[in-house]
Every structure is written in C-alpha cells, then in structure tokens.
Ligand binder design. Sequence first.
Ligand SMILES: Nc1ncnc2c1ncn2[C@@H]1O[C@H](COP(=O)(O)OP(=O)(O)OP(=O)(O)O)[C@@H](O)[C@H]1O
Ligand SMILES: [Mg+2]
Length: 464
Amino acid sequence: MRPSKRSILIVDDEKNQRDILDMILAAEGYRTATAPSAEAALRVTKTERFDLVLTDLKMGGQSGLDLLRALTQSDPSQLVILMTAHGSIESVKHALRLGAVDYLEKPLDCERLLAVVAQSLARLDALDDDLIGFSEPMQKLKKLILKVAASDETVLVRGESGTGKELVARALHRHSPRVAEVFHVVNCAAINENLLESELFGHEKGAFTGAVAEKKGLFEVADRGTLFLDEIGELNVTLQAKLLRALQEGEVQRVGSTKIIRVDVRVVAATNRPLEEMVKEKTFREDLYYRLNVIPIHLPPLRDRRDDIPLLVERFLVRQARGATHYAVTPEALRVLQAYDWPGNVRQLESAIKRAVLMCEGDTIDVHHLPEEILRATGDLEAAPAQSAPFSLPSEGVSVEEVERSLILQAMERTDWNITRAAKLLGMTFRTLQYRLDKFGLRRPGKTSASEPNETSASESVEG
Ligand SMILES: Nc1ncnc2c1ncn2[C@@H]1O[C@H](COP(=O)(O)OP(=O)(O)OP(=O)(O)O)[C@@H](O)[C@H]1O
Ligand SMILES: [Mg+2]
C-alpha cells in the first residue's frame, strides 16, 4: 500500500535549525526524523528508508555533498534536497550534478521550504498512478525515474517481458523537461533492417528503389523530445554504428545524403536480451553498450515483488468495471494469484484478470474463474470445477460453419448454457449468439429450445 505519510530525514548540525525544520514539517503531516551529522544520517539510512533527505551543506565532519554522494552511491533512487548558505551557486550546481533533486537557500523561507518539499514529493505521488506497486523495488524505481527524468542521459531499461519497460520509458518522458515535445516508440525488432535505417535516420529522394520522396528520420522527428528504442538488441552492426554517432555527437545523416543534421534527442532504450553476452560474442558493439548504459534501470520480475499483486489486481479490476458492475476477488483466488510465478509478468496478470472477468458469472472472481494454466501451475486445478477442453484447431477439410458450430457448442457447454456468458466468451452480442443457436439448431440437452437457456437473472440486459 502507499505509505500513509511521506517520510523526511532532516540532517543539520545545528540543533536549533533541526528542531525548527522538524516542527514545521511534522506540523505539515510528514513523518520526520533528524540526524545531527552526515555520519549519523548514513547510519540511520542503513536501516530505515526515507522518501526524502533534507540536508545542510556545511556541517562539522562530512559535508552535505559528501552525504549526497554516499547516499546516491548506495541507493541511486534516494531523493535529496540540499540547504546552502545564500550565494553558494557553485555548491548548488555541484549538488544538482551529483543528483540532488532541488536546493534551498539559507536563511530558510518557510513557504519556499514547504513548496520545494511538496513539489518533490508530489511528483512521486504522480508516478504512483502510472506505475502501480509499492513494494520496495517499485518505490526505489519510482524515485530513480524522478531523478533521471530531469537529465538528458541515455537510459537503458532491462527486464523480462511484460515487466513495464515501455511504461517506464513513457514515465521518464512525462516527468522530464521534454514533456511538451514528442515521445516516439520504435520497435527495432518489428521493422526490417533496411527500412529501419531510413525509419530512424531518414532518406533522400532516390536514395534507393522506392524512395520516391525525401523522408525525415525519427531522430529528426523526435528532435527536442524522447525516442524510445525498444528491442535495441536487434540492431544490426551498421545501425549500431549510426546510433552511436547520433548519441555521441548528436548528429545524423539521412540515407543517400552527406549532409549532417544536428538533433537533440533523449534516447531511452530497452531490451530483455543479454547485451553483455552479445558484447562478448561481438554481435553488439561494446562502445554502444557503454554509451546506452549510462543509467541502467532494472525492472524486477513480478514474482520478486508479490506484495504488489493485490493492488495490481484491484486496479485492473477497476479498469474492467462495466457500468454498475464492480468486480471483486475472493481471498482464495488472490492467494492463487500471489502464488503463481507469472513468466509474462504484469502483462500476463492483466490478461488473466480480463479472462477471469469474462468467465465470472457474478461480480466476484473465484479460483475456478482463473485461467487453467495458472491453476495447474499452483496445484489448484483439482480444487476448481472441471473445465471443458480449450478451443482447438479443426482437422483439414472442415467447413468454417462446422468450426463455428463447434466453437459455439463448446462455449455453451463451458458456460452451462448461459447465453450471456457464452456470448461474452465468443465476443458476440447476445442476439447474434441466439440467432446462431437457432440457425444451427443447438439446444441444451433435455430442452426443446435454445431460447429457454438457464439464464439466472431475469433482468439481464440484451445487447443489440
Ligand atoms: N507497474 C505497473 N503498473 C501498471 N501497469 C503495468 C505495470 N507494469 C506493467 N504494466 C502493464 O503491463 C503491460 C506490459 O507493460 P510494458 O509493455 O511496459 O512491458 P515491457 O517490459 O515493455 O514488455 P515487453 O518486453 O514484452 O515489450 C502494459 O499493459 C502495462 O501497462
Ligand atoms: Mg515493451
């Protein structure tokens, strides 16, 4: 769950100053703690996590900059605000370069203090809506995104399929100064190699057969914005060289042109391929690897942050709500969802929830509504009522009509002849399914007409 109060560690060697800050921030509703030196702050952050560290610059012993450096080294996601004496612009610049999120000038102005603190934490709150999850790794991830969003450095996002790499790339753009400019996604695996070159870098008219007009590449289109290069491990060696130049020099050349075009693009790249091994095998350029990997972000698989599953399920169910129908999940079903290993991560969880909603007759998802492969993996299949065989491909020479009839029959049997649920399962309207049932003369064994299905609720609406 979202921590109910944001926490702030106040570091200052002057007791008076500490007490005042403590009083002001606590009165504002923050959970506060204080430390009289950088050394003490480092000790307490070893065992306790804070959303924000507010530290004085000049202190006896290690300085605020030393503390900032040490904190960022052990946890790059830690948000730090530095307090400096009026006029020490050089220290401020230095602090921001080291990763401070903001600074405050002394003597402190109470209003500005609260504004700066609230602003830094509000950005964290905004991220909570984009990236669901309050497990330890997710909280770190969100703080890291906030910090690196501000810079123009290249970010390399790694993680298994479905862990949210694209979502992170979008969040980086949304929280960056480039937010008003374009965010463009290029899937390097989905575009043929030759096309990809002109897609990224553009081409001149007549550069190759079919190049009937000149074309801007995405590096030009995304100028001043962010380019998300997905599946970066799929780039061939020629394109790797061109990309390196674009990143290093901010220069691109269209295919068939010698003209150099300057671009200002922030690149976020993603992959789930083992780039380090590819570098060893010489299929991925080492220099490009280091250039991309300036800021690495690793997304943990869902099975390593199972605490997030209940909240993800809750939010996905909210997305599935239809009119007045709000879906819930039984504790038993939630236990299964938390026990499963989710090789397809969050994407797989979301689609499992969608399927469960389709299978669910009321508004509560129970164990037997969950996909069979999940129940089998968690050993809960026996506990669930038997499900009929999944839809299967017909053998050769079978007409489409026969296939349709068979699918409808399977859907009817699976839903115990409930037309509303079978229609949902088949993606048809109630009326269409009823028409098909009549057409194929399908009816529930023992009944004389399919028009008298065992609809449990008389008030069920018939979609047109
Ligand atoms: N933390 C999260 N909160 C909410 N939704 C999430 C989260 N992580 C992933 N998702 C959702 O899961 C789906 C997959 O996310 P995304 O496309 O970003 O994954 P990916 O890592 O890029 O996967 P792939 O490697 O297969 O391209 C999306 O629908 C995304 O919205
Ligand atoms: Mg992706």
